[in-house]
Design a protein around this ligand. Structure first.
Ligand SMILES: O=C(O)CCC(=O)C(=O)O
Ligand SMILES: [Fe+2]
Length: 239
């Protein structure tokens, strides 16, 4: 569900598209991500248009283009990795509560193959086993210019919900004997990996609390552009 007011508006517009939106979110909640081709574009742009402006409180979408370290925005991931492969991460890890739903729209796949890699977590198994490398260590999170804070990779809520926060570009482990590579390896043990090879118009939805992602090496695709929306925790994906 997209939440009360946008969904209600959607019902006024067309019942069929509202149902499509609900089904889409069900799929994302069940699998951690969903890729839709451009035949879903009208329904999705309508849904994004109905929800994104309120949910992101005026934060516009961002167009992501490959950038080398010198030309990248300060504090961005590209400022650290440039055109190299991005580490597996969640977006907005420096927020107290990370964004819940990421929507990427491919405006241009670029000249050569540059997929986005996905690691969908087995949330039930992860939260029942809670391995030390993921839930036992304390990390320092550095949100650019704002105040740094301590956090764990796995945050569980009392209702069984919660999220994984992981971005080695802005997080440093502070517990003796824990390092980022170990945590990456541990996360992979709970993940099903896949790769999205983009075509123009494709839309990828990611549950950013339960599924990690990262761009492949990008030197071969200088014209690649993905448009990204980041939506908040009340988007309707459940706990
Ligand atoms: O370009 C991509 O495939 C993903 C980019 C990304 O995840 C990021 O910049 O945070
Ligand atoms: Fe990202």
């Amino acid at each position: 569900m997209w939440g009360a007011s946008p969904l209600a508006r959607q019902h006024h517009l067309t019942q069929h598209r509202a149902m499509t939106g609900e089904k889409i979110l069900e799929e994302v909640a069940a699998r951690g991500w969903l890729l839709l081709d451009q035949s879903y574009h009208p329904a999705l742009t309508q849904l994004i248009g109905a929800t994104a402006p309120q949910r992101t409180a005026g934060v516009p979408p961002t167009d992501l283009r490959p950038a080398d370290q010198a030309e990248a925005r300060p504090n961005s991931m590209s400022a650290q990795v440039g055109l190299s492969e991005q580490p597996m991460h969640t977006d907005g890890a420096f927020n107290a509560v990370p964004p819940r739903l990421l929507i990427f729209e491919c405006l241009n796949p670029g000249e050569g193959p540059c997929p986005t890699r996905l690691w969908a977590l087995d949330w039930k198994r992860l939260t029942s086993e809670r391995p030390v490398a993921i839930s036992g260590a304390t990390w320092l999170v550095r949100p650019g210019l704002q105040q740094a804070f301590y956090s764990q990779v796995l945050s569980c809520r009392s209702d069984g919900g919660g999220w994984v926060r992981f971005d080695p570009c802005c997080m440093t482990p502070k517990t003796n004997g824990v390092n980022a590579d170990q945590t990456l390896a541990a996360l992979r043990r709970y993940a099903t990996a896949t790769e999205v090879n983009w075509s123009t118009g494709d839309i990828l939805l990611i549950d950013n609390w339960r599924c990690l992602h990262g761009r492949a090496e990008a030197a071969c695709a200088p014209s690649r552009v993905l448009r990204r929306w980041q939506l908040g925790e009340d988007v309707g994906l459940g706990g």
